[in-house]
Design a protein around this ligand. Structure first.
Ligand code: ADP
Ligand code: ADP
Ligand code: ZN
Length: 214
């Protein structure tokens, strides 16, 4: 099964993508996590991405598309995958569609996790992220077992630099300009599913499973 997660920054794409990956035994591919791992590792790709990410801008398509297409051609992707944070622009979506077409494949679902901007700003201030494994928590809505420590890997949790309020506003503007048009793109492709992302974590997941199938 091949799934795309759509939604504003902070809508809960990553949270749901991890649950989907676990249930359907497919890899969770987050372009944000890949960029952050590269920044941490000091790679050339990381250096290219960092200034854009810090400013709440998108990393240019020419960097992002190649990286993602490379990732989904790896062996562990043969039975599908869940894409979290890609595509984020129409050209990214078109490149993905074209690359899959060449192999006679297509995406199965694009799941839009729908959350209004007002709720996003609250969520981001409480988000805590593990830089090592990409797990995310929320101080109120999804706290880790021990404060500041990742349940999954034991590393420490941080408030991401780009989750500070000024940058969140910027990212929301970028989302509305560049990413929201993908909702119509996938609606036309006939694979769009919309879920109400303002519900609790588990309810949102149940709504997604109701569509994807047990
Ligand atoms: P969130 O989960 O809050 O939406 P991500 O971790 O997905 O944030 O992305 C963090 C940042 O990484 C984005 O603001 C952007 O700078 C960059 N990024 C991630 N995915 C893409 C993409 N597909 N295209 C361009 N930039 C991206
Ligand atoms: P995205 O990947 O779309 O940027 P995340 O999955 O990282 O979003 O979620 C953003 C923040 O909101 C995190 O702190 C997460 O724990 C929290 N969160 C996710 N889903 C919900 C939900 N349904 N209700 C309340 N908080 C949520
Ligand atoms: Zn971790």
């Amino acid at each position: 099964m091949k799934i795309i997660m759509l939604g504003a920054p902070g809508a809960g794409k990553g949270t749901q993508a991890k649950k989907i990956a676990e249930k359907y035994k497919i890899p969770h591919i987050s372009t944000g996590d890949i960029f952050r791992a590269n920044i941490k590792g000091g790679t050339e790709l990381g250096m290219k991405a960092k200034s854009y990410m810090d400013q709440g801008q998108l990393v240019p398509d020419d960097v992002t598309i190649g990286m993602l297409l490379d990732r989904i051609s790896q062996d562990d992707c043969q039975n599908g995958y869940v894409l979290d944070g890609f595509p984020r622009t129409i050209p990214q979506a078109q490149s993905l569609t074209a690359a899959l077409n060449e192999r006679g494949e297509k995406m199965d679902y694009a799941v839009d996790v729908d959350v209004p901007d007002e709720a996003i700003v609250n969520r981001m201030g409480g988000r805590r992220a593990c830089v090592k494994c990409g797990a995310t928590y929320h101080v109120a809505f999804n706290p880790p077992k021990a404060e500041g420590i990742c349940d999954a890997c034991g590393d420490s949790l941080v408030l991401r630099e780009d989750d500070k309020p000024e940058t969140v506003q910027k990212r929301l503007t970028v989302y509305h300009d560049q990413t929201q048009p993908l909702i119509e793109y996938y609606s036309k492709e006939g694979i769009l599913v919309t879920v109400d992302g303002t519900k609790g974590l588990n309810e949102v997941f149940e709504d997604i499973v109701a569509v994807l199938g047990a």
